[in-house]
Write a protein that binds this ligand. Structure first.
Ligand code: ADP
Ligand code: MG
Ligand code: MG
Length: 200
């Protein structure tokens, strides 16, 4: 079975920074419909800081890469998504511990622990039209394959369109939040797609 080292996780975070940069306008457009039009800019700033830090001081283990990335997101992103994504990566990193290489199954478990921490911090559950709608099925499907995780995340993000937002700024819109794809679920699908690409 393939094992993934710190270099792989660094490549994931670097590719995520590129993907977020490329898709920033689309993420901001989604956030302008049901939020405050800053999701693209928030993540662009956060992941640029993540990529710069990981390049300057490359951590030695997969867990340290994710924990460092999470800390950077928390300190550079002001919006709700910073602490939430930061918690996701920090908890996932902590769960991986100091193993020099990890299996996909171990990553799936770590991601699930991260998702649980996001749910605890934000008080949201699946169906509330948040990033959890993409991340929760993705973490579960990662037990099967990277491709399955990517498909599950994309399906989860698409499925947020008709939902009523129950958490975050979009919830202020009430019924008017329906008919729009959630920005955070969309960026989550992007992060998982990037993981699948780097693994392929
Ligand atoms: P802000 O709403 O502070 O401007 P962003 O625009 O960067 O922050 O992020 C918005 C995204 O954060 C939403 O689309 C949603 O997916 C996610 N989000 C907001 N609140 C929560 C929450 N309580 N739990 C989970 N995800 C949330
Ligand atoms: Mg916003
Ligand atoms: Mg904001």
């Amino acid at each position: 079975e393939t094992e993934y080292d710190a270099e792989f996780f660094r490549a994931w975070m670097t590719a995520a920074a590129s993907a977020v940069d490329r898709e920033a306008d689309r993420l901001t457009e989604l956030d302008s419909a049901i939020g405050d039009a800053d999701h693209g800019a928030n993540l662009k700033r956060g992941f640029a800081a993540v990529a710069a830090t990981l390049e300057k001081e490359p951590p030695a283990t997969p867990g340290a890469v994710l924990a460092t990335a999470g800390r950077q997101l928390i300190s550079t992103v002001g919006g709700a998504s910073g602490p939430l994504y930061g918690t996701l990566l920090r908890r996932a990193g902590k769960t991986l511990g100091d193993a020099p290489v990890v299996s996909r199954a171990a990553l799936a478990e770590a991601l699930a622990a991260g998702v649980a921490a996001v749910a605890q911090l934000g008080g949201a559950q699946v169906g509330d039209k948040t990033m959890l709608d993409a991340l929760t099925p993705a973490a579960e499907a990662l037990g099967t394959s990277f491709a399955a995780a990517r498909e599950a995340a994309e399906a989860g993000a698409l499925a947020t369109v008709p939902l009523l937002a129950r958490k975050g700024r979009a919830s202020y819109l009430g019924e008017r939040s329906r008919g729009h794809q959630d920005p955070g679920a969309t960026s989550s699908a992007l992060l998982i797609a990037t993981l699948a690409e780097v693994a392929a």
